[in-house]
Ligand binder design. Sequence first.
Ligand SMILES: [Zn+2]
Length: 559
Amino acid sequence: MRSGRTRYIGRAVILGAAIAIQPTDPGAQTPTPTPAAQAPPSRASILRGEYGRYRANNDLLYYHLDVRVDTTKQTIAGKNTIRFRMLQDDTRIQIDLWADLKVDKILLGTTPLKYERELGAVFIDFPATLKKGKSYAIDFYYSGAPIPTGRFGGFTVKKDNAGRQWIYTACEGEGSSFWWPSKDQWRDEVESMDISVEVPSTLVEVSNGRFVKKTDLGDGYTRWDWAVHYPINSYDVSINATDYVHFEDKLGDVTLDFWATPENLEKAKTQFAQAKPMIEAFKHFFGEYPFAKDGYKLIEVPYTGMEHQSAVTYGNGYRNGYGGRDWTGVGISPKFDFIIIHESGHEWFGNAVSAADVSDMWIHEGWTTYLENLYVEHRFGYADALKYVNGYKSKVRNREPIVTQRGIHRSPPQDMYFKGALFLNTLRSVVNDDQRWWKLLHDFFQHFKYQNILTEDVIAYFNAQLGAQLGRDLTPIFNQYLRRTDLPVLELAFNQSEGTVAYRWKADERDFAMPIRVGTADSWQVIQPTTDWKVMKTSLNKDTFDVATDLFYVNVSKQ
Ligand SMILES: [Zn+2]
């Protein structure tokens, strides 16, 4: 998802209090709602966020979501077939479905199962013990009318002002269980999925994965079947239907399918051409497009956009920049379509490499924001990239750490985007060897592709690859940027009569030690400050002694 104005994790009636996080919209910057972010979690958010016994006792294998959307009644009904393997002997599992949707029945084969609902959780009980190592499948039938909520609606069936019928879902904040029964958490993903959606025959329905077939059901409805051949985050699962027109292209073996409304077809043909250089750029850095069997799709929708896996949705108005604006305010953003680059970048970070808890969402957003920067470097050169990434400084708040509490489904502050990207740019400067940096990025992605990981996994990987070379444990650097509020400050104390400068890091991490370039831009000198004072000679004074703050995101204090 892109950063945006306050997005509600849930309807107040269900969560008690909405957990509002994602703050600002470009051009409408509002302060981060820190107090709300630090409020105690509700029972509902724990039920959603905690990887408790009845989730941890099983491993998802497969979903078949099979639903009909009634555009007249604005309802959804159908079933999800859930196949899972038990990791422990047990008689109960947790599946999630919003409290205002109805559970029609849950079957194991032909046997109806008992269940207990608590807020958004459905605890399903089995008549006999499910055995560790064995696989089971249940059919979870449900129905109801999700009421659009939050920024992108979660689940929306509506006619727009022009009278066009839309059905679309975008539920990263609300969660997949907002509109379908699923294991609504981030740690576990199915290995593959089928999606069948019945919509009025006047509509074209596009979901994730590879198109399989469409079937006219003879009752005014057509069923669209899609097959996902990879692990998928449940919030990525998406329905998009309107009177779409389609065009296609290819990049090597990757099929590119584009879906636009008829009146935007010509604009789409021009704008969506940016998908090719985007895929080429990210392939250059990270390797092949990670969902080739499913292909790449770009689908017009009436909201800004979302990284739905292999079915990226697009609502940027067929304009460069972000909503036509210069997103980082330094003249680079108008060179490309922000939504195409950002949301598609999530195919690598977010969809292929996924965070295992929402607390670690910087693995999606910090990395993908950094990918924008890599795209700029690949397409337009290093100078533009450096300008672009530093443009993000104006969006950083430094009011709370990027990594939030685990297990309570609390979205991190928007710093995860911009500070996250600036941190990665800083790490490149710490490595100070671009060949090594590019290889590290590539290998990191390939190592964790199709996995759900935590910040600890990222740190361990970087330490294993870099620690020996750099002669240091990188953990305090990661911790200072991700788990602490304040930026490190390079403290410089000049002694003119001695011709020296004393320097140290002021940081919350006692072991924070990060090299940095100082002196003058045409001949930077690398120094190795720690949190203890060191003294060096310099012919420069307080005014002429510079610090490479465009390469290292730090504050500098001179005395
Ligand atoms: Zn995003």
